[in-house]
Design a protein around this ligand. Structure first.
Ligand SMILES: [Zn+2]
Length: 183
């Protein structure tokens, strides 16, 4: 994998012209805003819950969990791994914005299952600098969910650690499977 200064990928627009994917998103936003009415919501999530999940494109968190706009915080990264930055977001979520529950979601077919910490070494060889972050690759989904639950439960910065539950989302069935933190 190399990092080069190539132009953004273009797609053929309906008008036959070329636009980038971001152009397409901006156009979609103009249509969205045209229909938008201010919901008049507070920033504090209605259900007082923060969902930490993988960034995977196949997981529609709101649809999968029956969530509506304003219900929750969604905090996503590669793997849904509880890193220091996830703890930062959870701390703000709980202390400044009133959430009390944490839901952790990993999933089948995660890209991190195919990576190892060698990924960092390969990057280091390519760019001459080792990334300061761990890849957080994992082989055992259930065990990684347990580790993530443990990181939340042992964080000194969080106020609410009694309702922390972890799940694996099956991308082929859409079903969540709960992980027992004690097994
Ligand atoms: Zn993933």
């Amino acid at each position: 994998m190399s990092i080069s200064a190539s132009p953004p990928p273009s797609t053929s627009g309906a008008d036959g012209g070329h636009s980038t994917v971001t152009d397409r998103l901006v156009a979609a936003n103009a249509r969205y805003a045209a229909e938008f009415t201010d919901p008049g919501m507070d920033a504090r999530p209605v259900l007082k819950v923060a969902v930490v999940a993988c960034m995977d494109a196949r997981i529609d968190l709101h649809a999968a969990l029956g969530l509506e706009l304003g219900d929750c915080h969604t905090i996503r990264n590669a793997g849904g791994v509880v890193t220091d930055d996830i703890i930062r977001s959870l701390t703000i979520s709980q202390r400044a914005l009133g959430t009390r529950s944490v839901v952790l979601i990993h999933h089948t077919g995660c890209g991190l299952l195919n990576l190892t910490e060698d990924f960092r070494h390969e990057i280091e060889e390519e760019v001459g600098q080792r990334p300061p972050w761990a890849v957080e690759a994992f082989r055992d989904l259930d065990q990684d969910v347990r580790q993530s639950m443990q990181r939340v439960r042992t964080s000194p910065f969080l106020l609410h650690k009694d309702d922390v539950r972890g799940f694996v989302f099956d991308v082929t069935t859409g079903l969540l499977r709960e992980i027992d933190p004690r097994s």
